[in-house]
Each structure stands twice: as C-alpha cells, then as structure tokens.
Design a protein around this ligand. Structure first.
Ligand code: GDG
Length: 428
C-alpha cells in the first residue's frame, strides 16, 4: 500500500537516555505540533533525527531506540556531533534561519557549514530512498532540508515529492546575498509541489527563481526541462478540535482534577478579580521579539501606573538552540530584563511578570491559554505563528483578546485580532 513519508530534521518525539533506558518525549515546536495530527491520522512513516548524536548512543541501545521510534511510526537518520554542529547549529541556524527572517546581521556564510549541510541533506535523501517505494508520496519539511528534493529526484525521477517551508521565504534582495542561492533553489526544484504559508513568501520565491535561475514562470507554475513545478500557499492550521475539546474538558474539571498550575492561577484570579493575565508563549528566539515585549510591558506600567497590580504578564519561553551564541545572549538579556522589571515594580502582593523558561506539558499549556485574558504575540518575523490560532481555539467561552504582530504569517488570516507593528514601541 502506498504511504506518505514525512521527513523533517526532528522527529515527533525526542529520545533521551537515562539509566540505560530510553524515554521518548514529544517534540515541541510548530512543525512537530502541526504535523503530528497528519501523521497519527494515516499510513505514514516519519523520518528524521532522533535528537541523539551517534556518540551519545551506546551500541547495545540501538535496537531499543529503533523499536521505541517504530512505536511512533518513525525511523531515524544517524548524525554525528560534528554533523549536527555544521548542519543544524551551523548552516541551518546561523545562516538560513537569520537570513530568511531578515536578520542579515546575524547570518554567517561559512563554507564548512555549507559543505556539512550538503552532506547531511544527502544522508536524509539516502534514508528516504532506502524506505520509499515508487508509489509513495514524499513530504519534505523545512529549511534544514532544502536540497533533499533534488537529491531524491535524481535517483527516482518519477516519485511524488512535496516540500513545505515553515519559515518565511525572504524577498529577492535578501535571498540573493546567500552565496549558495542557486544551489538552494535547484535543490527545492526537485519537488513537484512547493508550499509556503503565505502568498507573499510564494511570490518572493518565484521572483528568485525567475531572476537567479532565469526559468520560465507562469502564474504559480515553474517550467524546468520537461517538468512543471507547482508553487502555492497553504497557510498551516492547527488541530482545532484537539485544542477546543481540551479547553472544554478543563472548564468542567472539579477542584481535585485541576493541575497545580491551574489551582495557582485560580487563586490569583480570586484574590484580584479585575486583574488581567497577559500571555506570551514562544520558543526563546530573537525573531519572536521577547525582549522588546518585556521593555514595552515595563513602559506600559510606568506610563499607566493605574494598571499596577491589575495586570500580570505570563511568559513561557521554551528553550531552543542554546548552542548558538545569539540564543545564549538572548537568554541572558531576557533573564536580566525579567529580574530588573520584577525587582523595580513588584509589591508585596504582586509580581508583574511570571517567567517560565522551560517546556510545559500540553495540559498546562491549555491551563495557560484558558486562564489568560490577552494573548500578546509580537514576533519581529514569524512564518506563521500557531500559538495565535491555538489561543483562539481554546477560548470556548468566546472571551479573550489577541494582540498579534503584523509580521507573523497568521496576521494575514487573523485580521480580526489587534494587529500591531512590532517595531512600533508605542503600539506594542
Ligand atoms: C515554526 C515557525 C510556524 C510552545 N511551548 C510549548 C508548546 N509549544 C507549542 C505551541 C505551538 C508550537 O509549540 C509553537 O509553534 P509556532 O508556530 O508558534 O512557532 P515555531 O516553533 O517557531 O514554529 C512558525 C511553525 O513552524 C509551523 O509551520 O508557525 O512561524 O517558526 O504549537 O503549542 N507545547 C508544549 N509545551 C510548551 O511549553 N507542549
């Protein structure tokens, strides 16, 4: 039977080894959350990196790891520490991620990382070729694997390949600064269908294909040799029912059934019934505008002191890419800002910011969504931003306010929210 093979850098679960045993924890992040629902609904295999390098996996645990992954319909690509360094922390997250989010000043162009990116993309392609039958559909995800479509196409010219980019595709003027811009485009053009979150990203991509490769482009078709490649926008959604059902279930819980976090949230609500919770949830990433948001919150409290003790900002910042220097600096900046603002403005009965630097289980995420009056999401650039959609899905009593950055892909669809320009401090 034909199957769908999903390929992404990370698998839907991350493996951890403790006391010689394997545990699988769900991966956090937009791609994993979104694609999990597709994966669990049909006949599919997910290929990706397990989160453990070859050096971290003792030989005797390999069969256990393979069977733990098989339980989740997954199969792993093995990567050494050096490969993870060059491919993931290097080219993917120090070159492509900042460049595609318009952080040109953070983009590093290192030949070594590019070479590792190519070699690791070939490893992913080989893993696909090993598992795929000709009638299968190959669905490749995201900026870490942009060369894989052409690598698979070269060996299996007739197989169906789709590619989806979860981050913005930048304008030609930005993309052209990449030394390996033609190779990246040629890699992507191995696909039959290339998807983006928004029409703008699609337009930027087509413009780069036309100008850098000189190919014929008609509407959203690209003509390459005897093939026609379709390009389109597919704004990614969420598993709405999962979030709204969870919210309904939470609202019916008895005191005993509530989580510790929910009990704490309730206590604070009861002690100040007209106080409001602002919520912000992001991976700790410089594209998400977390530091600006904190500065704006402080500014708001100083400019409108009547809101002191009336509002509280709950920040859930999920650890991310902590090996990359910019992320370490950001972590320090956010820690310091939270410390300074709380130090300056707290009273005996009120702390303005509750800061969680960790990943929370799904059930606590729902507690936060359903207890917060305002979701405050102000990324500087964001491919889509699923948190905005999840917040709305959990507002089953139809209350709540969404303040959303114009620079998030989701702003194109959610224009009933309060849209702000994240670079306009007063507006935030
Ligand atoms: C990339 C693009 C695009 C967050 N904290 C926890 C947790 N999450 C889940 C949320 C949400 C996901 O992570 C975050 O998704 P986003 O879309 O907001 O952002 P990225 O991770 O940057 O995702 C983005 C996305 O891909 C999809 O294409 O929208 O623009 O950057 O689903 O619920 N989940 C749990 N605990 C947490 O602490 N369980």
């Amino acid at each position: 039977m034909a199957k769908t093979i999903i390929i992404s850098n990370r698998l839907p679960v991350q493996l951890q080894i403790s006391n010689g045993d394997i545990t699988a924890v769900p991966s956090v992040g937009g791609l994993a959350t979104g694609m999990k629902s597709v994966h669990s609904g049909g006949d599919s295999l997910w290929i990706g990196w397990s989160g453990l390098t070859d050096e971290e996996i003792p030989e005797e645990l390999v069969p256990k790891i393979d069977s733990a992954l098989a339980e989740h319909g997954s199969s792993k690509v093995n990567l050494t520490e050096k490969e993870v360094d060059g491919f993931y922390y290097g080219f993917s997250n120090r070159t492509i991620w900042p460049l595609f989010h318009y952080f040109l000043e953070y983009s590093e162009f290192e030949l070594d990382s590019w070479e590792t990116y190519k070699a690791v993309n070939q490893k992913f392609a080989d893993a696909i070729l090993e598992k795929a039958n000709n009638e299968d559909t190959i669905w490749i995800h995201d900026y870490q694997l942009m060369l894989v479509p052409q690598m698979v196409r070269a060996e299996r010219p007739d197989i169906s390949i789709g590619f989806f980019l979860h981050i913005p595709f930048p304008s030609y003027e930005i993309f052209r600064t990449l030394p390996w811009r033609r190779e990246v485009l040629q890699g992507l053009l191995g696909s039959d269908l290339i998807g983006f979150h928004t029409y703008d990203y699609e337009r930027h991509f087509l413009s780069s294909v036309r100008r850098l490769l000189g190919l014929e482009v008609s509407f959203n078709d690209i003509y390459l040799d005897d093939r026609v490649i379709k390009v389109d926008s597919f704004p990614m959604g969420i598993d709405y029912k999962k979030f709204s059902d969870a919210a309904k279930e939470h609202s019916q819980r008895t005191e005993d059934q509530k989580s510790e976090l929910q009990k704490r949230l309730d206590t604070h609500k009861k002690s100040a019934p007209d106080a409001k919770f602002f919520l912000s949830i992001d991976r700790l990433d410089y594209t998400k505008g977390i530091a600006k948001r904190l500065n704006a919150f402080e500014y708001f409290l100083k400019k409108y002191p009547q809101y002191k003790e009336k509002v509280r900002l709950i920040i859930l910042a999920v650890p991310s890419r902590s090996n990359v220097p910019q992320y370490q600096l950001l972590k320090r900046e956010v820690d310091e800002l939270v410390g300074r603002i709380n130090g300056e403005l707290s009273t005996v009965s009120w702390t303005p910011i509750w800061y969680f630097y960790r990943s929370m289980p799904f059930e606590n995420l729902i507690d936060l969504y359903t207890s917060s009056d305002i979701a405050w999401l102000t990324p500087i650039r964001d491919g889509m931003n699923l948190v905005a959609k999840e917040y709305i899905a959990t507002r089953t009593d139809k209350t709540g306010v969404l303040i959303l950055s114009e620079m998030a892909g989701s702003a194109n669809e959610m224009n009933e929210s309060l849209l702000i320009n994240p670079n306009n401090f007063e507006q935030i």
